[in-house]
Design a protein around this ligand. Structure first.
Ligand code: GLC
Length: 419
C-alpha cells in the first residue's frame, strides 16, 4: 500500500483540518452568511475587520505534528468565496484584506514539520457574480437575486484558481473539493475537465469525491464508519472528517465538545476499519486556537506520544477483537485497544499459539498470558472452562493505565501473513 501513489495517506492515518476565513470573526459557524441570509454589504464588515494577527502557521504545524497528525488541509476558499491565497482572479483575498497569503504560510509551515499538505476548495461561491442564487445562497429570496444558467465564467474561474493553487505553492498532496448537491453537480462544475487539469498539474495528488465524480478517496462527514468501506465489493480509501464541536468554523458559544478520549477512540476506529481521521480546528477571528481546541490537541498529543505505532502505518486486522476492544495491525504487531478496562483478564479468541510477547504500549511493561487448551479448567475444577479452545488470555493489572486509551502490543509469531 505504501509504495503505490498516494500510499502516504494510509501511513499517515491522522490529519488536521483547518477552517479559517471571514466567518471566523462572526464566530457562529462557517455557514453564517447563508444561515442569516446576509447581503454582501453586511458580510463585508468582517472583511473590513479581518486581521489574522494571531494566525501562526508554524505553531499550528507543531501542534498538529505533536498530536500525531501527519497531514493538514486548509480552506483555501470556503463557500463565502473568500480566498486565503494570492489570486490574480479576484480581490476577495486575505492578501488584499490583510497582506497575508495564508496558504503560503500554511504550506511552508506544514512542510517544515514534515506534514503532507492538502487544500480545501469550495465549489460553492457566494461572492462570485456567476454563481447562481440557489437554495444555499445567502441572497435567496432577496430582490437582488440573480439566477444564472450560464456557469461557463465560473467554471473557468475555478479552473484558474485551482491552477494557481497547484502551481504557486510547491507540492500539494491532496485536494478536498466541497460539495455537490441536487442541481449543482459534475456538469455544472465541469468536473471532468477540472479533474483533468488537476491530474495534469499534479499527477500524484489525491482528490476527494465531492466533485460528484469518483476521486481517490471518499469523505464520510461527521459520522464514523464501523466497518471497511467498499464500492462494488472493492475496498475504497476513506477519511472520516470530524469536528471538535459540530461546527467547522469558529463557533464561540457552541460548547458541544467531544472528549479527547472519544476522539482517540474515533481515530483508532477509523484505522481499525482501514480509514483515516481528519480532525478539524476552527481558529478564532484573530487566527489562534481557542483554549478548548488547544487543550484537546495537547491531550491527544500525550496519547499519540506513546501510541503512534498503533496508528501510523497500521491498518485493520483479520483477527476478531473481543468485546469492547478494537484491533489495529502493522505487520507482525497486533494492537489491542481496550475501550473498557476489564478486571484481571482479557480473552482473545483465536490467538492461542500466535503470540510470543505482549506489553502495554505506553510504558513497555510486560503483559503475561496463558492459553486455554480446552481441557484445563480456568480457576477450579467445578467450573467448566469459560473460554473456547484457541483463546489467549492476557493477565491485566487491576488499575487501568492512566492514558486516554490503553493499548496492548502483541508480537505475533512469524506465521503466514495475517493482514
Ligand atoms: C460541509 C460544509 C462545510 C464544511 C465541510 C467539511 O460540506 O458545508 O462548511 O467545510 O462540510 O467537510
Amino acid at each position: 500500500m505504501t509504495t503505490e501513489s498516494g500510499g502516504w495517506f494510509e501511513t499517515a492515518r491522522f490529519g488536521l483540518f483547518v477552517h479559517f476565513g471571514l466567518y471566523s470573526l462572526a464566530a457562529r459557524h462557517e455557514w453564517v452568511r447563508s444561515r442569516e441570509t446576509m447581503s454582501q454589504a453586511t458580510y463585508d464588515r468582517y472583511l473590513e475587520r479581518f486581521d489574522p494577527d494571531l494566525f501562526d502557521a508554524r505553531q499550528l504545524a507543531r501542534e498538529a505534528r505533536e498530536a500525531g497528525m501527519r497531514y493538514a488541509v486548509l480552506t483555501a476558499k470556503h463557500h463565502d468565496g473568500f480566498c486565503l491565497f494570492d489570486s490574480s482572479l479576484t480581490d476577495y483575498t486575505s492578501v488584499r484584506a490583510a497582506g497575508r497569503d495564508l496558504v503560503a504560510e500554511f504550506v511552508e509551515a506544514m512542510r517544515a514539520e514534515g506534514l503532507r499538505v492538502g487544500l480545501y476548495y469550495s465549489l460553492l461561491d457566494w461572492h462570485h457574480p456567476g454563481f447562481p442564487v440557489d437554495e444555499h445562497h445567502p441572497l435567496r429570496g432577496s430582490r437582488d437575486a440573480r439566477t444564472t444558467e450560464d456557469l461557463a465564467g465560473y467554471r473557468s474561474y475555478m479552473r484558474g484558481q485551482i491552477t494557481e493553487l497547484l502551481t504557486g505553492y510547491g507540492e500539494i498532496d491532496l485536494l478536498f473539493f466541497d460539495f455537490t448537491y441536487p442541481g449543482m453537480g459534475p456538469e455544472q462544475w465541469g468536473a471532468k475537465e477540472l479533474m483533468e487539469t488537476v491530474r495534469e498539474l499534479r499527477p500524484g495528488i489525491l482528490v476527494n469525491d465531492r466533485l460528484g465524480i469518483p476521486g481517490d478517496y471518499v469523505t464520510p462527514e461527521q459520522y464514523q464508519p464501523d466497518r471497511p468501506l467498499e464500492r462494488d465489493g472493492a475496498p475504497v480509501r476513506w477519511e472520516a472528517c470530524q469536528t471538535l464541536n459540530g461546527s467547522w468554523g469558529y463557533d464561540r458559544d457552541n460548547h458541544d465538545y467531544k472528549d479527547p478520549s472519544q476522539l482517540v477512540r474515533m481515530l483508532v476506529q477509523s484505522v481499525s476499519c482501514g480509514g483515516n481521521l481528519i480532525l478539524n480546528v476552527g481558529p478564532t477571528g484573530r487566527g489562534s486556537l481557542d483554549p478548548r481546541a488547544r487543550d484537546t490537541l495537547r491531550a491527544i498529543a500525550e496519547w499519540s506520544a506513546g501510541h503512534a505505532r498503533a496508528v501510523h502505518g497500521a491498518g485493520p486486522s483479520a483477527f476478531p477483537p473481543p468485546a469492547n476492544a478494537l484491533y489495529t495491525q502493522a505487520g507482525d504487531r497486533l494492537y489491542l485497544h481496550l475501550l473498557a478496562w476489564p478486571f484481571g483478564h482479557v480473552h482473545l479468541p483465536g490467538l492461542a499459539g500466535r503470540v510470543r510477547y505482549a506489553q502495554l504500549l505506553h510504558d513497555g511493561s510486560e503483559i503475561t498470558f496463558h492459553e486455554v487448551d480446552g481441557a484445563r479448567h480456568e480457576h477450579n475444577n467445578l467450573a467448566p472452562p469459560s473460554q473456547p479452545p484457541g483463546t489467549l488470555t492476557l493477565k491485566l493489572p487491576t488499575a487501568r493505565p492512566d492514558v486516554l486509551l490503553p493499548v496492548i502490543e502483541l508480537f505475533l509469531e512469524p506465521v503466514e501473513s495475517t493482514v
